[in-house]
Design a protein around this ligand. Structure first.
Ligand code: 13P
Length: 334
């Protein structure tokens, strides 16, 4: 796979006014989301829900792609079209979550490391055949008393870089996601410091593993105070801190940065992205790769009445895609 092809895919993922819907919840995470609204966690319900999200009329005007889960990339629409084919036919790039989740980091209480490198080359080759053109790996960095440790940051960066190199070898654009978690009562400055150290460590590791940044997308968390922090931050403060942190730690050659929503409200996730783009021009396109902030309104409606609210739920997916697509241009202005 040439770097030009990877770079072209990466650029398409962050095409102007477009972003990504993350629907790659593992079956266990899906169980949690479904339980929250009283939906039974069956394979058919997971399939039907993903179909609702992927086929929302006109949402593809604002969606460059979607991140699928292993089960989902093997599933099809009710009429029998594989989801990956449906997406490609509708101008959306199929992506796939390839990590195997977080596990306790031995010797470091409260910290986790993401697993999934064993056998990854073969899994990536299969996902490529199934239609995937980018792959996501999520590392989790918790903030707390005396954490994160340097060891945790290094272990996660190393795994992200190993996965990214394998992705590029197999023709997939790596979407590297080091998520600094919002839980805790830390302030925004602490989040800034941790995020900066994490990003510096990640880009060091990518460099050491010969990962080509031109064919890589960063999925970043925003710089925000912990959920339990007494002093919450304004939209401008979050946007300014996040931009400054990214500018200090992320090479300008990267084709794009997308954000996770991480537990922010729908409105906050959109407002923060919009504000950052209004503050531009920035070194990279800044867009979205939201899971909850794209889905939660739709899930709630669908749970109330699966058949009766189907169209209404799809309409909210369209509206969230449109709002975030405008925010990716700095034209939302809510
Ligand atoms: P949230 O936007 O719900 O944080 O999910 C994005 C994601 O893919 C996390 O890995």
């Amino acid at each position: 796979m040439s770097i030009e092809q990877l770079a072209e895919t990466a650029r398409a993922m962050v095409a102007p006014g477009k972003g990504i819907i993350a629907i790659d919840e593992s079956s266990a995470t899906c169980a949690k989301r479904f339980a929250g609204v009283g939906i039974e966690n069956t394979e058919e319900n997971r399939r039907a829900y993903r179909e609702l999200l992927l086929t929302a009329p006109n949402a593809n005007q604002y969606l460059s792609g979607a991140i699928l889960f292993d089960e989902t990339i093997r599933q099809s629409t009710r009429s029998g079209v594989p989801f990956a084919k449906y997406m490609a036919d509708n101008g959306m790039i199929p992506g796939i979550k390839v990590d195997k989740g977080t596990h306790a980091l031995a010797g470091f209480p409260g910290e986790v490391v993401t697993e999934g490198l064993d056998g990854l080359r073969d899994r990536l080759a299969e996902y490529y055949k199934l239609g995937a053109r980018f792959a996501k790996w999520r590392a989790v960095i918790n903030i707390g008393e005396d954490i994160p440790s340097g060891t945790c940051i290094e272990a996660n960066s190393h795994a992200l870089a190993r996965y990214a190199a394998l992705c590029q070898e197999q023709g997939l654009v790596p979407m590297v996601e080091p998520e600094v978690i919002m839980d805790g009562d830390h302030d925004i400055e602490t989040c800034y410091e941790v995020t900066e150290v994490v990003l510096r460590s990640l880009f060091d590791a990518l460099y050491n593993q010969n990962v080509m940044l031109e064919g890589t997308i960063l999925k970043a968390s925003m710089v925000v105070p912990g959920k339990g922090c007494e002093e919450q931050a304004s939209v401008e403060e979050v946007a300014e801190s996040t931009l400054m942190c990214l500018k200090s730690a992320v090479p300008a050659i990267l084709p794009g940065i997308v954000f996770l929503s991480g537990g922010q409200s729908d409105e906050d996730a959109t407002a923060h992205l919009d504000a950052m783009n209004r503050m531009g021009p920035n070194p990279w396109p800044l867009s979205f790769s939201y899971g909850r902030a794209m889905q939660q309104a739709a899930l709630k409606l669908w749970a109330q009445d699966m058949a009766g609210n189907y169209a209404k739920a799809q309409q909210t997916v369209f509206e969230r895609a449109k709002a975030n697509g405008l925010a990716a241009l700095g034209q939302w202005g809510g």
